[in-house]
Ligand binder design. Structure first.
Ligand code: PFF
Length: 460
């Protein structure tokens, strides 16, 4: 067995702490806010099926690869890639993969915080009883008023960014770990309550049909790319977030089992969110393709009409803020860890600068919903926010993930992989290696070729 490296940033207290933190990173706005609205925009069932396939064939193998590389390198993704490339005798250009991930995380955080700000705003609205007895037109107006006001959006964006930086600055053990322990199970229970409400709306079966009955006529090449991009986004893959969390993972934890647990938890939360939302959408004759505002226009109706709705509503949005918080931490952790390692700055200063930068960029996303929403401010029919989201989730993360898979599968020696996974050369190892060597990279490449029109997977 080779000599083990240790992280200078500390370690998780146990395997469970890692599972909680990685689940905290994975479960976030992606599951509850983004999954339902992109499913609605892309026609439902077929999109969900492709997304689930991408989780199984692309997401899970890449998550194992990221954790493995992180734990072996025990540094921020940039330094991990630099170290691994050297020790495996590969070109030092691999360090740029770490850089690409750090940049993607920074870009995502900038708009993620703006959307999380919506959830903060909705917490106060729910708590003060604004949703009681509300109609579909009423929630539409509430959402419209919020997003039309750049100052309010900016204020909530600022609040969320400061919250994130406070925890990041405190470091792995005391900051990240403590935050996730109770929040994840609580969020899960509240989602069940919402699904229970949806089951009584009268359109439950239609909602489930929309979510689970595949209609392949409704899916486009771009839809397939969005489904794959979302598999990366929702599992926090392709940018080093899981890699940096893996670098704090104790040596004796099983990478395969922990990956399966994280992926299962993440997927369950997304599907529950879909099951809660689509029955409400259909029962109120709303538009499934309503875009980024979808959950904010539907869930308040549920809270407005259930007993104790203000309490449950406030609790739900509070938990959503926490879920977003634990994800946001992991978006910036790779960059903060790198600055601490290489620039010799303190965690506090590094966090403050990163937060300030991402906050500033986020102003562009704030404006995308009001002053910059007009066509003259759009690029290819997309606002600044849309462009950032598309570029990061659908291009940068899948490309980063592809390279991570290629490095783990082809760049690492078999003996290093076996040593780090601490398994014998058995069936599980062989399946995983086959997947990351061939299936995962080919699937990602095919989906890219499909969207630029070189091949045609969807038949139209
Ligand atoms: N997985 C998070 C979500 O679903 O909300 C978002 C995210 C976190 C993406 C961390 C990427 C990442 F590295």
């Amino acid at each position: 067995m080779s000599e083990r490296r240790e992280s200078i940033h500390g370690q998780w207290s146990s395997r469970w702490a890692f599972i909680l933190a990685a689940t905290g990173s994975a479960v976030g706005l992606g599951n509850i806010w983004k999954f339902p609205y992109i499913t609605g925009e892309n026609g439902g069932g077929a999109f969900v099926l492709i997304y689930l396939l991408c989780i199984a064939v692309i997401g899970i193998p890449i998550m194992m690869a990221e954790i493995l590389l992180g734990r072996r390198g025990r540094r921020s993704p940039i330094n991990t890639m630099r170290f691994l490339a050297k020790s495996e005798g590969r070109t030092s250009l691999w360090r740029y993969l770490g850089w690409a991930g750090v940049i993607a995380g920074f870009l995502i955080l900038s708009y993620y915080s703006v959307i999380a700000g919506w959830a903060v705003a909705y917490f106060f609205r729910a708590a003060t009883g604004v949703f009681e007895g509300v109609t579909a037109a009423g929630v539409e107006a509430i959402f419209g008023n919020l997003t039309a006001d750049p100052e309010r959006l900016l204020a909530w964006h600022t609040v969320f960014m400061v919250m994130t930086m406070v925890v990041v600055s405190r470091g792995v053990r005391s900051g990240l770990e403590r935050a996730v322990r109770f929040l994840m199970p609580a969020l899960f229970v509240l989602l069940l309550v919402l699904v229970g409400y949806a089951a009584n709306t009268g359109a439950f079966m239609e909602g489930l049909g929309f979510l689970f009955r595949p209609d392949f006529g409704a899916i486009t090449a771009n839809g397939v790319l969005i489904a794959m991009g979302h598999a990366f986004f929702t599992l926090s893959l392709g940018m080093g977030a899981i890699m940096v969390y893996g670098s704090y993972l104790p040596q004796d934890a099983s990478i395969g089992k922990t990956t399966l647990m994280i992926a299962a938890a993440d997927t369950t939360v997304a599907l529950l969110a879909g099951m809660a939302i689509f029955p409400i959408v259909l029962a109120n004759s709303m538009e499934p393709g309503a875009g980024p505002g979808l959950i904010l226009k539907t869930l308040p109706i549920a809270f407005g009409h259930m007993p104790g709705g203000s309490f449950f509503g406030a609790l739900f949005f509070l938990l959503l803020v926490f879920a977003a918080w634990t994800s946001a931490l992991s978006l910036i952790e790779p960059l903060v860890a790198y600055l601490v390692e290489n620039v010799g700055t303190t965690r506090l200063k590094a966090s403050a600068w990163c937060g300030f930068g991402a906050w500033l960029l986020g102003v562009g996303s704030v404006q995308s919903f009001n002053v910059w929403s007009g066509e003259e401010y759009q690029l290819w029919g997309m606002t600044f926010f849309d462009v950032l989201d598309y570029l990061t989730a659908n291009i940068m993360l899948p490309l980063g993930g592809l390279l991570i898979a290629l490095f783990a599968a082809w760049g690492m020696r078999r003996s290093s992989l076996l040593d780090e996974l601490q398994i014998t050369d058995g069936v599980v190892f062989r399946i995983w290696r086959f997947l990351v060597r061939y299936v995962t990279p080919i699937a990602v490449i095919l989906i890219f070729l499909n969207v630029i029109g070189v091949i045609d997977l969807t038949g139209h």
